[in-house]
Structure formats: C-alpha cells, structure tokens
Design a protein around this ligand. Structure first.
Ligand SMILES: [Zn+2]
Length: 137
C-alpha cells in the first residue's frame, strides 16, 4: 500500500532513511526503556551513518512535542465523546495517563519521523559522487 522509497514507508516501517531496508534503532520495542530511542551508528545494509551532523536528532523534540499535543487533543475529545458525563478533571487525567503511557512510543517515533523528513531515500548502493564520509566500509 505504501511504496518503498517514500517517506511514509520509512516512518511506518522504522527502517534506515537512506535505503529503507536496514534497521534504524537498537531495539524495535519502545518499552525496552534501557535502549528506547537509541540509534544504531549506521545501516547494516547500505552502510551510511544515521547522524548527519552533531545534534541532528534534537530536532526530533519538535516532532515529539507536536505528536504529544495532537495525542492529548485526541484523548481529550475521545474521552468527551465516549463518556460525555465525565468532568473536565477526569478528561485531563485521561490525557495525562495516555501521554505518560505513550511517551516511549512518541520518543522513538519522533526520531524516525525527523530522520525521514530530512534524509532522502538513496537506495542501497552509493550514489555517484556521494560523500565518502557518509559511507562506513
Ligand atoms: Zn540503509
């Protein structure tokens, strides 16, 4: 349904943003809290590094913040729709609980979303003239 080589494919499958084949993160389980959000140094398939520049993934905070706000609004509206007699305080507790429960997921997904937004698909093989510093051999 989502074609390889597209940004939605990269995000949904959480694969290397360069080739969409190798793994991106150390673990695929966001609730493995000791390693959640840890990135591999590079792709095991195309051998490109994931850190394009120092501090690149700090930008993932913007994605995480926007995702948390969107999720909070969805939980708030869903709580009010499913149980209209709930109080404002109860709805906010549901929002808080949902955000706490899903924080590891938002954290892990924010990095892959950020990477896929700014790193273009290149395929497995090095491109002609590609900067050799990218390629780990
Ligand atoms: Zn790759």
């Amino acid at each position: 349904m989502v074609r390889k080589g597209t940004k939605p494919y990269c995000i949904l499958h959480r694969k290397c943003p360069h080739c969409h084949e190798g793994e991106f993160m150390v673990t695929r389980d966001p609730y493995d809290l000791s390693r959640a959000g840890d990135l591999l140094d590079g792709c095991s398939v195309c051998h490109r590094k994931f850190e394009t520049e120092p501090g690149f993934y700090y930008g993932g905070m913007y994605v995480s913040y926007a995702s948390a706000v969107a999720l909070g609004v969805v939980i708030y509206v869903a709580t009010g729709t499913i149980a209209p007699s709930t109080t404002e305080t109860t709805r906010l507790w549901w929002v808080l609980g949902g955000l706490v429960a899903l924080t590891p997921v938002l954290y892990a997904w924010s990095k892959i979303i950020w990477a896929c937004l700014f790193i273009d698909y290149k395929g497995v093989d090095p491109l002609p003239g590609e900067d050799p510093k990218w390629v780990k051999r």
